[in-house]
Design a protein around this ligand. Sequence first.
Ligand SMILES: *Cc1c(COP(=O)(O)O)cnc(C)c1O
Length: 455
Amino acid sequence: MDKNIPYKTYLEESEMPKQWYNVRADMKNKPAPLLNPKTKKPMTAEELGVVFCDELVKQELNDTDPYIDIPQEIQDFYKMYRPSPLVRAYCLEKALGTPAKIYYKFEGNNTSGSHKLNSAIAQAYYAKKQGLKGVTTETGAGQWGTALSMACAYFGLDCKVFMVKVSYEQKPFRREVMRTYGASVTPSPSETTNVGKKILAEHPGTTGSLGCAISEAVEVAVGTEGYRYVLGSVLNQVLLHQSVIGLESKIAFEKLGVKPDIIIGCAGGGSNLGGLISPFMGEKLRGEADYRFIAVEPSSCPSLTRGKYAYDYCDTGMVCPLSKMYTLGSGFIPSANHAGGLRYHGMSSTLSQLYDDKLMEAVSVEQTSVFEAAQKFARIEGILPAPESSHAIRVAIDEALKCKETGEEKTILFGLTGTGYFDMVAYQKFNDGLMTDYIPTDEDLAKGFAGLPEV
Ligand SMILES: *Cc1c(COP(=O)(O)O)cnc(C)c1O
């Protein structure tokens, strides 16, 4: 053990961030604007205001202010479950026999079991402040729906969640957590929306997808007085709120007098990774420091490593704005894969631009090797990780093993986004030796690319 480095580093409440950091302000090449799907012109604040809360629209369009104040009410809520610990993985280092120093930032210490509460509370706050009655959203694996239900309960807002049907059926306990917090949960696609009926007519028996649940949630928000739609990842505003993860990490490292060399995160829509790396990326963009950033995605849904950088629909029903991102096409349906939170076809436009500018790397990993890493981590470090988070664990271990070969004492930071208590069906498959890997062929991917819109 290093004398000066404890297992866990927490911040004092007085040291917690009072502002979020907006990495777009320091980017030379800004992420491309959202486009109106009909006119193909950049979405105006008025147009976005039909779907999203006004203050969140401002944050979405803000490419200039590097720091945005965190309202006091949100800071107070954060204090109930933050700061999250920065943990030195001494036991893992020892088990691997690596000279690398491994740290992780653990975001699983709240009932939603993930980092998603960081943005849910912000989005619910702005909805309440605008005098809205409620919000609608989609959820895949269920973490976002849970986080939003908690946030809405806190502010007394109604919360309507469209849950991808396969998860609704496979994860009944997630659904009950949401209902306990007062949310209504509808399996998607449903008969309660026009777009749901249309999708059901075209694909009878479908078990749903995130893109489809988004379309239903947007339809209900736009068609119901006093409601807006909120999204748990992908958008600029979500990365902004999640910057609290990176800001806390940076303050903790500064307290320890340590600088990470490699920063690793799993990437679904990009919110935890974007939030974790933002303040460090800012230093890199301003030429003050250098870091390696690695996005980790599943081989079954490889938007960065095999996708195209193009404008695409964010949802199946094509009601949302077009976003320029690394994408597999909104019609791409990933094969059954147990990291529900990493199954989205596209990627945050901010991370897409940073990746295209070669400021960030990306790798894809297969789920059996991810679960091997998850099991190892659970046995050695004690925490039962979410399958999504375990993608980052996999690559952190791989990088630490490279250090073992070269003898380099690199400092590695990875985001441990959540716990896996609701993912025991996946662990069961792995434990029974029944988990398989499916890597889409080029032909599979070509079908998704064929549906990309002309812009
Ligand atoms: C949702 C989720 C992710 C992936 O979402 P991002 O927006 O890419 O961060 C990762 N880990 C956990 C535990 C999640 O719930």
